[in-house]
Design a protein around this ligand. Structure first.
Ligand SMILES: [Fe+2]
Ligand SMILES: [Fe+2]
Length: 182
């Protein structure tokens, strides 16, 4: 198999992993919106889903600016986050589900931020200013979303910390007793 030895080709490949990742995240956000118990969270996830649609367009624009075809590439990290989130959703009672949804959203935002930061560094190095500004828009939305998610998570933790546990005394009753992959 021929190895990639051109930094621009490598960049396009990594951009493709982010394109696939964002498409997967779009479906994750639809699920988050549907499963969220609190109306303000539903709205928050809906808003970020709309932003994500724009982010996908920005990535496609970035491919265009590079003169490359927009091609999605496998993104095992985002796939894994999605898989893990699904496992947890199925195990969690609706009453405390919002905490799980926010935790998963924060993990995903951290990964997205890391991906965009790296791509922006590389694009700047290649002198691709248009690509830098397109990806910068996406990065700022992810950073803003992470702050909102953290704030909501903090508020929820404060509130639930003052209430008696909804789970009960037997930890295994919550279904978290498994040790391996299902
Ligand atoms: Fe995103
Ligand atoms: Fe995001």
């Amino acid at each position: 198999m021929a190895l990639i030895n051109d930094p621009r080709k490598l960049f396009a490949y990594k951009l493709g992993t982010v394109l696939s990742g964002e498409k997967k995240i779009l479906t994750m956000l639809k699920k988050l919106e549907k499963r969220a118990q609190r109306e303000e969270l539903k709205q928050q996830f809906r808003h970020h889903r709309e932003e994500t649609e724009g982010q996908i367009e920005n990535i496609e624009q970035a491919f265009k600016a590079l003169g490359e075809k927009a091609t999605g590439r496998t993104n095992p990290v985002i796939m894994g986050l999605s898989e893990q989130a699904d496992v947890l959703y199925d195990k969690t009672d609706d009453e405390i589900l919002d905490t799980v949804l926010l935790g998963g959203a924060a993990e995903t935002e951290h990964v997205e931020i890391a991906l965009y930061e790296d791509l922006i560094t590389q694009a700047r190095g290649m002198g691709e200013q248009q690509v830098v500004s397109l990806l910068q828009q996406n990065l700022e939305q992810e950073q803003h979303t992470l702050e909102e998610v953290k704030r909501a998570s903090e508020q929820l933790a404060q509130r639930s910390g003052r209430q008696p546990s909804a789970v009960g005394s037997a930890p295994d009753a919550a279904g978290f007793s498994d040790t391996g992959r299902e």
